[in-house]
Design a protein around this ligand. Structure first.
Ligand code: GAR
Length: 207
């Protein structure tokens, strides 16, 4: 008899359309995937991803950051509470467009992942495709990393490269990168959820 896979309860944080979220939900539909998606949480009540998650039968919640104006930590405490009530063990940021405080990041240290649309450490922050085109790089891509307090500076778990082609603009380049983000995130979450990749002493340790 094959051994049952331990499935870590994962919460996905979104702010928008949720295509990466949908890819993680889809991967987690396989019985042997080491994560189950226990919650999708948005800071934007109108995020398109919420309806997609609901349609897939995943519980959803909203903590609207605008209700906590000028008190980022209170916003995060509210999110943290929802995650804990839902017994979430791992958090995957998927197009979540709020900067997290050190308080939240430390609370979820080693259990908090993000996907970023560049080959980190290149092009942190926003408008990464514009930054890549302006820099004239021949290759661009995406990274999944553990989140640390410094923005987009956490240890990289996995990356996928794509070429930058003549005539590319922000839209064509972002489409090409998004086309490889989903499989990358599915693979990286599986590595972390199964314990094959861990954050130890500020670095990714495998095995
Ligand atoms: C993705 O390209 C993701 O890498 C990026 O936002 C997009 C969300 O799309 N994330 C960031 O820029 C984080 N700083 P999605 O909602 O379709 O997954």
């Amino acid at each position: 008899m094959s051994q049952a896979v331990v499935r870590r309860r994962t919460g996905i944080l979104i702010s928008g359309r949720g295509s990466n979220m949908a890819a993680l939900i889809e991967a987690a539909q396989a019985a042997d995937y080491p994560a189950e998606i226990g919650l999708v949480l948005s800071n934007q009540p109108e995020a398109g991803g919420l309806a997609r998650a609901e349609a897939a039968g995943v519980p959803v919640a909203t903590v609207d950051h605008r209700a906590f104006a000028k008190n980022r930590e209170a916003f995060e405490r509210a999110m943290d509470e929802v995650l804990r009530v839902n017994q979430i063990e791992l958090v995957a940021l998927a197009g979540f467009m709020r900067i997290l405080t050190p308080w939240f990041v430390r609370r979820w240290e080693g259990r908090l992942l993000n996907i970023h649309p560049s080959l980190l450490p290149l092009f942190k922050g926003t408008h990464t495709h514009r930054q890549a085109l302006a820099a004239g790089v021949a290759e661009h891509g995406c990274s999944v990393h553990f989140v640390v307090p410094e923005l987009d500076a956490g240890p990289v778990i996995a990356q996928t490269k794509v070429p930058v082609l003549p005539g590319d603009d922000e839209e064509s380049l972002s489409r090409r990168v998004l086309g490889v983000e989903h499989a990358l995130y599915q693979r990286a979450l599986a590595e972390v959820a199964s314990g094959r990749a861990r954050l130890v002493g500020g670095a990714v340790v495998r095995g």
